[in-house]
Structure formats: C-alpha cells, structure tokens
Design a protein around this ligand. Structure first.
Ligand code: FUL
Length: 484
C-alpha cells in the first residue's frame, strides 16, 4: 500500500469515527429566539411572581392618601417602628423582593437626605428608614427595592425644570449609591392635575440608575425594564404580551392604559407588566380599613400571575410603625392557599406526547419536570410540514384521572427565547374546556367546575415561531367556589 492510500484510509477512518461520535453524543441546539427577549435581570424578576410594597410615611399619620406637602415633620412619630417586622409580611406572602416608598407625593423623605430639611431628620423619630429597611430585607433573604415619587408637592424647586431635576437626581444618587444593591426602582407616573406641572428628565434619571446599579429593574409606565399594567386592581388583560413599543407610551399620560394592559404582539421592546395593588382599600394605612378577603386576593393572583405578570402586593404599616397582625395573617393565608393549589400537580406521572419534537433534550416530557429551563420544542415548521399543527397531550395515570379532578390548567412558555403563543385551546378527552390568547411566563385557566379525564391536550392554534412550552400543570383549587 502506497503512502498516499494509507493516508486516505486513515483519514477515512478518522472521519467515520468523528461522524459516529457526533451521532452518539450531539443534541440539537435550541431553536433561534423570537425577538425581543428578556435580559437576565428581567427573567429573574419574572420568576419572583409576587413582590411586596410598603407605603408608609406622612400620610400614615394624617390619615390621607395624597399629602399636600405642608405637613410638619413633627407628625412623623412612630412609637415602635420595626422594619424587621415588616419582613414578616414579605415572608408570609412568599415575596423575595420588597419595595419601600422612600418619598411619596408629599415630598417627606424617609431617609435623612442632605438636599432637603423635609425628612425624618427633622422628625421626632430621627432614624433612617431606608437603612433599616434595606438591612432588614437582606437579613431575611429579601431583596430591597425603592420608590421615589417624581411628583413632589413640598419642594419649592418643583416646577423649575433644571433645579428640580437636579434635586431629584441627587436624591436618586443618595438612594442608589448609599444603600447597597437595589433590585427595583419605581418611577410613579402620578401627577396632580391642575397643579404645578413640569417635565421630568427620564433619560437622565434612567441612565443614572444604570450607572449606579447594574442589575436593577427600572419600573415606569413605559419601563425600560418593567412596565405598569395600567390599573391598580391587580388585573392584566386576558391577552398580555411582555412586549411593547416603548416609544408609543408617554409616562403619566392618560389613555395609555389599554395598550400597557395588553402589551403589543408587534412590540420591539421586552418590558413585562407589573400589577400593583394594595391588600387594603388604600395604599396607606387607615384605622377603619381592613385587608381584602382571601377570595379577592386569589382572584388577583389569577388575574396577574396567571396572566403573565408579576404581582406587587402592598401592605401598609400603621402609625406604630408595624404591619398589623391581621394583615400578616391574611398574607399567610394567601400564600398557604397558593401552595395548597399549586403544591400538588395532578399532571405529575402522566405520559406526554406532542405533535412533533425537536429531538433529544426537547421532548414533550419536559413540561412535567417542574423546571422553567427545560421545555418541549416542536420540530421547526419546515421539518414538520405543519401537517399536524402544534399540540401537546398528557395521558393521565389511570388511578389519578378518575379519582382526582382538576379545575385549574397551568401553561408556561419558555420566555427566555421570546413570547410566542398567540392563541391556544385546552381539551379534556376531546372536549374544549378553556381557550385563550397569550400564555407567556405563566397562564392559569380556572375552569367553571372540576373535570376529570384520561387525556388533556393543549392546542397552539396561532403562534410566532414554534411554541416552546416549559410546563403544563393540572391543579385542584378548593377555594374556587368562592372566586368564580
Ligand atoms: C399611584 C400613587 O398616586 C399612589 O398613591 C400609590 O403610590 C400608587 C402605587 O401609585 O400612582
């Protein structure tokens, strides 16, 4: 055998070996994303699902919701303020992030700001609530967030564009440079009508935030990271896209509510919605108000978390400086109910099959493994020829199906690669039980009554690209009679 033919033989053998190795060990890569997609901080935020809000300040002591700014600091006198006790509320609600209103519209600052005399420094209390709050949160494994009202009814600079924007930015720097890492900053769009008006320099504000805090999520009506959902009832649209065109939203403007409530399937910016709602009628504590009943809090959960949103739940501390025991008990009841409903997945142990599968690592069974990171991916449209459409079917364990009816269907998309589903239908033994449009991070369907069956099929009737589904779960909500 000549040298050249030996070389040919060896290289052919090597090639065959390499081809074999590829066939044995290679898995298909994930499909291309459908843009836009969330960044890491937005993705982590979405998975929190429930976060806490604490409205406490001058209004707590004057029994109001919007202070005038004329309140003397001497009124701020909580006898036993204890931010660590507030974290009992966050813990009870199962929240991993808690946001403090550091300054509301009345302009009174809960930290000793160097730029104004209108702060806790001039009050009988004299502490630093931003310090107490951020320390207490971290000590309990809760990430802190802050709210700094743009609208300020106290400060004389308000209305003088450069001066007030400088003042506001200086305070933003105090908050974001002086208290360690902050996970969310809230820019409220509220502004009184028929009062002094002015232009806020949002671009300067946002860029300053980015400079000071790398992994923070910036909230406003228009993001850039997280958007307002457009109402204060904790209710997203039944169609709810994480995408919008930021340039179509003017912060604080009237008439934007519907657009931000539903999002925009053609939006080029990933700005998922946050549903802010108080567990009491007011944002601030009032003696005669009490917490919403469990049934209402659960309805809010379904209408927010169950519609691709994060729920921001407000629990207002009282004039003593404590969250009322009854409120904490209600939050605990709420979390216990959520755990009771979703802690058991009746789909567990089913056999899953789908219209098509992309290959190893993307099988239908991934929707049952409890992880947001694994998902069923259908074969691409070209491979599948779209002859079957897109569907996934669970065949329930025989013992489970007869004995254990369910009245909640949970569907989750792997949104890390973009939000895709535009329309879907759910069938139990061939009978339609629910239909909807978007899915997103999580879509919860409450059925009119519990059903039992052998098969549950979800049909993805319209979508952008192939659907990527990380979970299909079935649950029994024993509280459903209260909430339908
Ligand atoms: C609104 C404010 O006017 C309310 O007082 C409250 O702070 C709520 C969260 O945002 O725009």
């Amino acid at each position: 055998m000549g040298g050249a033919s030996l070389l040919r033989l060896v290289s052919a053998a090597l090639l065959a070996l390499a081809a074999g190795m590829v066939a044995e060990s290679a898995v298909p890569p994930p499909p291309l994303p459908v843009l836009p997609i969330p960044n890491a901080a937005q993705l982590a935020w979405q998975r929190r699902e429930v976060i806490m809000f604490f409205h406490f300040g001058m209004n707590t002591f004057t029994d109001s919701e919007w202070g005038t700014g004329a309140e003397p600091p001497s009124l701020f006198a909580p006898a036993a303020l204890n931010a660590s006790q507030w974290m009992d509320a966050a813990e009870a609600a199962g929240a991993s992030l808690a946001i403090l209103v550091a300054k509301h519209h009345d302009g009174f600052c809960l930290w000793p700001s160097a730029y104004t005399a209108h702060s806790v420094r001039a009050s009988p209390w004299r502490g630093d609530l931003v310090r107490d709050f951020t320390d207490a949160a971290r000590a309990r494994g809760v990430d802190p967030g802050l709210y700094l009202s743009p609208w300020d009814r106290h400060d004389a600079r308000y209305g003088r564009e450069t001066e007030y924007n400088e003042y506001y930015l200086a305070q933003l720097r105090e908050l974001l440079a002086g208290y360690g890492s902050v996970s969310e900053i809230w820019f409220d769009g509220a502004k009184g009508k028929n009062e002094t008006n002015m232009t806020y320099h949002f671009q300067e504000w946002f860029q300053t935030v980015r400079q000071l805090q790398g992994a923070i999520n910036i909230f406003s009506d228009a993001g850039p990271d997280v958007r307002w959902v457009g109402d204060e009832q904790g209710s997203a649209g039944t169609t709810c896209w994480s995408t919008v065109n930021r340039s179509s939203i003017t912060i604080g403007a009237e008439g934007i509510e519907k657009y931000i409530n539903e999002g925009d399937p053609r939006g080029t910016d990933w700005v998922p919605p946050e549903c802010d709602v108080s567990i009491r009628p007011g944002w601030f504590w009032h003696r005669n108000e009490t917490a919403k009943p469990l049934s209402q809090l659960l309805r809010i959960y379904y209408n927010s978390v169950g519609r691709n949103c994060v729920l921001l739940l407000n629990a207002p501390p009282n004039t003593t400086g404590l969250v009322e025991d009854a409120d904490i008990a209600r939050l605990r009841e709420f979390r216990a109910a959520v755990t009771r409903i979703f802690g058991t997945d009746l789909a567990k142990g089913s056999a899953a099959r789908a219209s098509s599968e992309r290959g190893a690592g993307f099988g239908a069974g991934n929707v049952l493994d409890g992880s947001d990171d694994t998902y069923w991916a259908a074969a691409t449209a070209e491979e599948d020829g779209l002859k079957n459409g897109y569907w996934i079917e669970l065949r329930l364990r025989p013992a489970a199906s007869a004995a254990r009816p369910f009245n909640v269907v949970r569907i989750q998309e792997h949104v890390a690669l973009g939000q895709r589903v535009e329309r879907h239908e759910v069938y139990v033994d061939g009978v339609a039980v629910a239909t909807g449009t978007t899915v997103g991070h999580k879509r919860l369907h409450r059925l009119a009554r519990p059903v039992a069956g052998r098969t549950v099929k979800v049909w993805f009737a319209a979508r952008r690209g192939v659907p990527l589904v990380s979970a299909v779960g079935l649950h029994l909500d024993p509280y459903a009679t209260d909430v339908m």
